[in-house]
Design a protein around this ligand. Sequence first.
Ligand code: 9YT
Length: 129
Amino acid sequence: MIVRDLAAAKKTSRRVLDPNNNWESVRLLLKDDKVGFSFHITTIYRGAEFQMHYQNHFESVYCMVGEGEIENLADGKNHPIKPGTLYILDQHDKHILRAFSEMQMACVFNPPLSGKEVHNAEGAYELTE
Ligand code: 9YT
């Protein structure tokens, strides 16, 4: 069994800051835990608007706090995000995320992240060995 604490993890290298200053993420569960997915608590900063395209991963995102929207670039549709909303990028969907207030999200990645990933020019994370 693995037991971890968010406040404690925040004080370690598990807390990763986006170089573009849109988000930060505390990566509580990672590839080296060997359970097949990673689990992160991500803060999206108020006013952030940025494009992502997880070509190498599936991601589930559950909103716990805050308001925003996600635009699916395949069809141009905007979906509101509020506490209780879950979106799943099951098609490696290219999308834009907008945060109208600071949002707190619980995020799951498959395959799991190694821990240090930040977005490449495509808005994807590279796969690691
Ligand atoms: C919602 C989303 O994908 N935000 C970017 C950060 C990502 N959740 C991560 O690396 O934890």
